[in-house]
Design a protein around this ligand. Structure first.
Ligand code: HEM
Length: 107
């Protein structure tokens, strides 16, 4: 079974950024076997639900409070040569710039 993240045999429009493609996942779907960050089966990660909640909250907070600046205008998503983990060939370097969100201020 191919498990490459951009394998057109496994993914529709594999080069497009479409995080909503994961919304349809359920533990029994074929979809979930294409991407198994938490392993699966009896020894699968028992912390998967907690991790998904924490990661969503952490990323949401980082995006809400900071503008993430990169050098240039495009992120190079080239992957490093295989292994078990998916690694960026050119690790992302970016600077967080605090957003001016002052939602506690009165008008
Ligand atoms: C992004 C976060 C996480 C990732 C990517 C991750 C990934 C994994 C993977 C790949 C395994 C091995 C599964 C297998 O062998 O099939 C595993 C096992 C495990 N994980 Fe996680 N995990 C995460 C977070 C957590 C959290 C938050 C907890 C606990 C609060 C946790 C507790 C465990 C435990 C106890 C095992 C061993 C299960 C066993 O061997 O029966 N993990 N995890």
């Amino acid at each position: 079974m191919a498990m490459l993240m951009r394998d057109p045999d496994s993914w529709e429009e594999p080069l497009e950024f479409k995080p909503e493609r994961f919304l349809a996942s359920s533990i029994l779907s074929e979809q979930v076997l294409k991407y198994i960050p938490f392993g699966s089966g009896l020894r699968g990660c028992p912390g998967a639900n907690l991790a998904n909640i924490l990661i969503g909250t952490a990323i949401g907070t980082m995006v809400q409070w900071f503008d993430w600046r990169i050098k240039g205008d495009k992120v190079n998503l080239e992957e490093a040569a295989g292994g078990m983990n998916l690694t960026m060939a050119h690790p992302l370097k970016c600077n967080p710039v605090a957003r001016n969100i002052n939602f506690l201020a009165s008008n």
